[in-house]
Design a protein. Structure first.
Length: 217
């Protein structure tokens, strides 16, 4: 029988802590949440690998290091509302729920959203709202949001999501340029988002998050 608890501890000790992630709520959440319950059944044995977990159709569950470093840079507090864009089967939302007041888990794949709902309920996590709909459109009816994370690569952040971020809010996106990518943290001031580079990572660009082609005459 696989000792997932031991693998969870090893994940934190070898992937998360060495990446300068030291905030207790992040470490505690990643030691607590049973990641193997938030991945496809056929991939449970790979749940704690230090790489993105492929879900098909250009979707992944981000590697633990990337998620942890995003959360470390965003510094989510327990009075904030977070939009988790591309929540897949709910792992990222479960982790964020440990540090936020509430999380809106946005997922466009109905089957994954259903599995996320079940896994979150089984874990006793009651401050996550599942919202099924196109990722690029956000979930305006639950916003505006203090914090946003996008669980996949982007070329640009859709305007609908930018509009749902509160003035003074923060967003983490993994901007991809070819095979290379960097996580940037955005702060919204005066209605516009200014970005700063945080660290390197990689993931497929999500549908709806590619650059719009300029109109040519």
């Amino acid at each position: 029988m696989t000792d997932f608890a031991a693998r969870r501890t090893m994940m934190v000790d070898t992937q998360v802590r060495p990446s300068d992630v030291t905030k207790f709520p992040i470490i505690d959440a990643m030691l607590t949440i049973a990641r193997e319950n938030f991945v496809p059944a056929a991939q449970r044995e790979a749940a704690y690998m230090g790489e993105n977990l492929e879900l098909g159709s250009g979707r992944v569950i981000l590697e633990p290091r990337t998620l942890a470093k995003m959360l470390d840079a965003l510094d989510v507090s327990n009075d904030e509302l977070v939009l988790d864009v591309g929540a897949a089967m709910g792992y990222s939302s479960a982790v964020i729920a440990h540090m936020a007041e509430a999380v809106v888990a946005l997922e466009e794949d109905e089957a994954m959203a259903s599995e996320a709902q079940e896994a979150l309920a089984d874990a006793g996590i009651d401050n996550v709202i599942l919202h099924v709909g196109p990722l690029a459109e956000g979930a305006a009816q639950h916003g505006p949001y203090d914090v946003m994370l996008v669980q996949g690569g982007v070329a640009e952040l859709p305007l609908a999501l930018q509009d749902q971020l509160k003035e003074g809010g923060r967003v983490a996106c993994l901007f991809m340029q070819g095979a290379l990518g960097e996580v940037r943290i955005g702060h919204k001031q005066g209605g516009a988002i200014s970005w700063r580079m945080s660290f390197n990572a990689g993931a497929p660009v999500l549908a709806g998050f590619a650059k719009e082609k300029a109109f040519e005459f």
